[in-house]
Structures are given as structure tokens and as C-alpha cells.
Write a protein that binds this ligand. Structure first.
Ligand code: ATP
Length: 351
């Protein structure tokens, strides 16, 4: 089912939590709402689910206004960070719950419920755990039960709020891949909230990057990562070095060392640490003199922290081979050179 969000504004007292949002989510799409804490992700999700009303604008789910449809007819599946399973019920009963509480004329028969619960247990790969209680499951297993429970009512839309937020890093990664595969199988229109950029980029068909109640950019993971529309999107999606400079005849002039004064500054250059190189001699006019302050070589790449003579930090990520070649040590005087940068003109950001 498609979701259409038009000119949505939500206020809590004087505070505007969402401001004039427009967004279309296609049938069967998996969309991530990504943004820092307080950017309005959960508020938007709750409005889509009909749990919250907006002051202005509308949310159309499957052709009907989300706020006006009777809650029983909404068919929205929710999964929250804290699984909120019923502790005194088995896994089987937890999943069957949504079907058993339906009005008598809509309630499936006992055998039908049993078949549906078993099918769902198979889908979430927990067939053997049907008789267990939530207290006897791991966090990841509980979250999969929560998802099966949300799917039991055959929702038109699945809404997930930080579904893996309470789990440790490894389980999170496993569940992410699992959710992606599950979605490919069931193709249910799904919206999930996360503040974890890696999670959004890995799982979603499209990512909605939010900041201060507004949408900064909507695009595929490749779009938002490689073609960020704003400095905020660039900085939010990964580690970033920011260089200050000016434009001359439309070309950036970034003189290493002295940053221009605020008045002179007309552009900023954003560079990810892995798109920086280190050299012993000045390689170009953009090379910045710096001193090696810290080296972390434990991992697939080597993270080198540099400091410019003005005390600004520069992060560089080198391959292990390049690091060995350079023979860097703490205190070595070097030059840091951007290999690939994203330029934002002054109009694109607020100083
Ligand atoms: P997080 O990742 O921390 O959950 P979020 O992006 O989901 O953040 P929201 O929970 O949507 O953010 O909140 C957006 C803003 O609206 C916040 O500043 C929050 O304090 C405010 N807010 C949310 N709910 C209410 C409420 N019921 N009353 C007043 N302010 C609220």
C-alpha cells in the first residue's frame, strides 16, 4: 500500500516537531527515516500509524486519511525498540494474540490461527521456540517474535521504531540482513526509524534523512551517500573533515593552513577520512601541513589523527599497505591531501 505525506506540520505547544513534510512511499517499499535524536522520526512514524494527529497536512495510507480511519480497520503492524511481548504468554500465544482479539465475525478459526502462527514462526525462523516464554529467549529472538506478532494481523503497512536499538552490535547486524531478506520475501510497505546510518544504508530501498523536523534529502542509499544534497547529509552519513575556503572564478581555493576569515569564507570542502591521503612532501596547493598525533592500526584500515599548526584535527584512513609505505610515527610532520571532496557553497550551509 502506498503512503502519501502532504505538507505535514506537527506542533507540540509552541514547538514545531515537523515542518511542511512531503514524501511519497511506494507500495512494497522499505523506507528508513534516518536522523539525529529529536529530528522528528518517531513523530512522523506515529502520525503515519494514526497514533498522533498533525495540525496541518495529511497522510494518505492506501487512499484513506490515516488520522480518520477507525483504529481497528487500520491494519498497521508496529514493532518498537522494547519488544513488549506478553511475559506470561508463550511465543505461540503472543503471535496469535492479535488474531484472537478480533471481533467474532472476523476472527479466524482455531486451526486457521494455528496454521498462520506456524507459518509466521517459519518465516522468522523460530519454529522450534513456539512453546517457550519470552523470558527464555535472547533479545534478537524476542524481536523476531515481536515482528511475527506484528505480521500476524496481515497489516497493510509495517512500522518499526528503532527495532534493533536495544540489541548488541553483532545481533543488530544479523537482524538487519535478516529484515532485508524478509522484506524481499513479503514485500510489505515498511517504514523504519533509525539513527544508525549504517543500518539505514544497508537495509532500506530509500533513505529519508531528517533534521530539525524537516527532510534534508530522500534517495537511495547510494544517492544519499555519494550525492549528499546538503552538508548535514554528508556529515551525518559518515566521518567528515571540513576545510574552509573560498571560491575564485567558481573554483575552490583551499589554501592549506590559514583558514579564511568568516567574511572571506565562501565555500567549505567536506572530505571523508578514507578519501584523504598523507604525504611527506606537499603534493598540491590543497595539501595541509599537519603533525601525526595518534595512530590506530588495529582493524582493516589504519586511522591516523593529525593536527594542523592551528590546532585543527584531521582524520585520515589509510590502507595498511599505504601506512607501512609511509612509515608514520607519532610526531611525524606530514601533509594531508584531499583526494576526493564535496564542495558546498556558502548558500548551502549556515555559518
Ligand atoms: P529519537 O531518535 O531521540 O527518538 P526522534 O527523531 O524520533 O528522536 P521525536 O521523538 O519525533 O524525535 O521528537 C521530535 C521532537 O518533538 C523532540 O524535540 C521531542 O522532544 C518533541 N516531542 C515529541 N513528542 C512530544 C510530546 N508528546 N510533547 C512535546 N514534545 C514532544
Amino acid at each position: 500500500m502506498a503512503i502519501e505525506i502532504k505538507n505535514l506540520t506537527k506542533r507540540f505547544g509552541d514547538f514545531t516537531a515537523l515542518s511542511g513534510l512531503n514524501l511519497n512511499i511506494a507500495d512494497g517499499e522499505l523506507v528508513a527515516l534516518l536522523g539525529p535524536s529529536g529530528s522528528g522520526k518517531t513523530t512522523l512514524l506515529r502520525i503515519i500509524g494514526g497514533l498522533e494527529q498533525a495540525e496541518e497536512g495529511e497522510v494518505i495510507v492506501d487512499g484513506a486519511n490515516a488520522g480518520t480511519v477507525d483504529i481497528r480497520d487500520r491494519r498497521v503492524g508496529f514493532v518498537f525498540q522494547h519488544y513488549a511481548l506478553f511475559r506470561h504468554m508463550t511465543v505461540f500465544d503472543n503471535i496469535a494474540f492479535g488474531l484472537r482479539v478480533r471481533p467474532r465475525n472476523e476472527r479466524p478459526g482455531k486451526d486457521e490461527i494455528s496454521k498462520r502462527v506456524h507459518d509466521l514462526l517459519k518465516l522468522v525462523q523460530l519454529e522450534r521456540l513456539a512453546p517457550r516464554y519470552p523470558g527464555q529467549l535472547s533479545g534478537g529472538q524476542r524481536q523476531r517474535v515481536a515482528l511475527a506478532r506484528a505480521l500476524a494481523i496481515e497489516p497493510k503497512v509495517l512500522l518499526l521504531d528503532e527495532p534493533f536499538g536495544a540489541l548488541d552490535a553483532q545481533v543488530r547486524r544479523d537482524l538487519r540482513r535478516w529484515l532485508r531478506r524478509l522484506h524481499d520475501e513479503i514485500k510489505l510497505t515498511s517504514v523504519f526509524v533509525t539513527h544508525d546510518q549504517e543500518e539505514a544504508l544497508e537495509v532500506a530501498d530509500r533513505v529519508v534523512v531528517m533534521n530539525h523536523g524537516k527532510i534534508e534529502q530522500v534517495g537511495t542509499p547510494v544517492d544519499v551517500y555519494h550525492r549528499p544534497a546538503t552538508p548535514f547529509v554528508y556529515a551525518f552519513l559518515g566521518d567528515t573533515n571540513v576545510f574552509h575556503g573560498r571560491l575564485e572564478d567558481g573554483s575552490p581555493v583551499l589554501v592549506g593552513g590559514e583558514p579564511p576569515s568568516e567574511k572571506q569564507e565562501t565555500a567549505r570542502m567536506y572530505v571523508r577520512p578514507h578519501l584523504m591521503d598523507i604525504e611527506h612532501d606537499r603534493a598540491s596547493v590543497e595539501s595541509v601541513p599537519a603533525k601525526v598525533m595518534h595512530i590506530n592500526a588495529a582493524g582493516p584500515t589504519v586511522k591516523v589523527e593529525l593536527e594542523t599548526p592551528l590546532g585543527e584535527a584531521i582524520m585520515v584512513e589509510l590502507t595498511q599497505d599505504r601506512f607501512l609505505e609511509l612509515k608514520l610515527e607519532r610526531g611525524t610532520e606530514v601533509f594531508a591531501t584531499p583526494r576526493q571532496q564535496q564542495l558546498f557553497k556558502k548558500d548551502d550551509y549556515v555559518i
